[in-house]
Write a protein that binds this ligand. Structure first.
Ligand code: COA
Length: 310
């Protein structure tokens, strides 16, 4: 079996393979658009060839300004037998190519709510997670996807916090402080691998590179003028999102997350948002409860396969 990155002459085969979407994020429209703008690349797409025929394909997604991909967007198989070893091999090629740079690519799979009752979704997901685990991405985090639409009602704005924009230095400092006691699996993983400062810096860089406006970000202060937390309303390719939100450990337990989420929602709606999305880990109960209190609805699940901590 030959493993290689794709080339222009593979396009017809790729188009045929991606037509069967299964649990993959890739669609024909997304593929063509992302190949044109650098979010998909031949250098980030791998095929396995058997006797001159492509039998498997892995497509990775990344941001145009980065040299490495962030996550697998699709895995396809048209060979005989078990796809798991072939997919694992394809995933491993990307991990090997970027591990030296210290990058930690992941595999994100989007499934609808109630997927456990849909046998074909369960089967497609299990094969892909098995391949990811075999390639080293053995930790799986289930993230709840929340959505806000105007018909769900605009949450009331805070009467106890005051909000202000701030510079990167101030956001970096609050990102470092909020890491303490975080229930977010990706944060816990990042901090186990690097310092809180390095992880916060990376977060700042990622949120800064997102397509939302930097001046939407807010710090929240209580009546005594004490810093309580922050909210990062922004956007990704799919539209407006609540990128990040945090309450400083010493202020937790007063539902200040509600005030921050309400403010972030107002900022985005003020900028014209007609749909807002946000994710949180299934295990981050306080955050999930906050989304639900503010009228956000859980519409889907994101499975994230990543390297284990340590
Ligand atoms: C998620 C978060 C914003 C919630 O803060 P909050 O508004 O103070 O939470 P609530 O007041 O609704 O807390 C509800 C309960 O959960 C507890 N709780 C909140 N955050 C907690 C944490 N990180 N660890 C353990 N318990 C926590 C509260 O003490 C409270 O307990 P109680 O009912 O016994 O008093 C906060 O935990 C945080 O900043 N975490 C780190 C960043 C993060 O995970 N952001 C979300 C991802 S975008």
């Amino acid at each position: 079996m030959i493993i290689r990155t794709t080339v222009e002459s593979d396009l017809d085969t790729i188009h045929t393979l991606i037509a069967d979407q299964s649990v993959n994020t890739v669609t024909r429209e997304r593929y063509d658009e992302f190949m044109a703008n650098g979010q998909y690349r031949h250098a980030w797409s791998w095929v396995a060839e058997q006797d001159g025929r492509i039998v498997a394909l892995a497509i990775w997604w990344g941001m145009p300004q980065y040299d490495h991909p962030f996550s697998v967007d699709g895995l396809y198989f048209v060979g005989d037998g078990d796809p798991v070893p072939v997919w694992a091999e394809l995933i491993r090629h990307t991990l090997d190519a970027h591990a030296a740079e210290g990058e930690q690519p992941e595999y994100h799979i989007f499934v609808p709510n109630g997927w456990r009752e849909q046998p074909e979704v369960v089967a497609a997901l299990e094969l892909r997670l098995a391949a990811a685990a075999r390639a080293g991405l053995s930790e799986v985090t289930e993230r709840l996807r929340y959505e806000w639409l105007p018909e769900y009602g605009l949450p009331a704005r805070s009467t106890r916090l005051r909000f202000e924009p701030a510079d990167d230095e101030a956001f970096l400092a609050v990102f470092v402080r909020v890491i303490e006691g975080s229930l977010d699996a990706a944060t816990v993983r990042a901090v186990a691998q690097m310092s809180a400062e390095a992880s916060a810096k990376e977060d700042l860089e990622v949120y800064r590179s997102m397509p939302g406006e930097r001046d939407w970000w807010r710090l929240g202060y209580d009546e005594a003028g004490e810093l309580v937390g922050f909210v990062v309303p922004t956007a990704n390719n799919g539209g407006p999102v609540i990128g990040y939100l945090g309450v400083l450990a010493e202020h937790r337990g007063h539902r200040y997350s509600d005030d921050l989420l309400a403010e972030g929602t107002h900022v985005l709606v003020g900028a014209g948002a007609e749909r807002i999305r946000a994710d949180t880990d299934l295990t981050n109960r306080p955050m999930a409860a906050c989304f639900e209190r503010l009228g956000y609805r859980n519409h889907a699940v994101r499975m994230v396969a990543s390297f284990p901590v340590g």
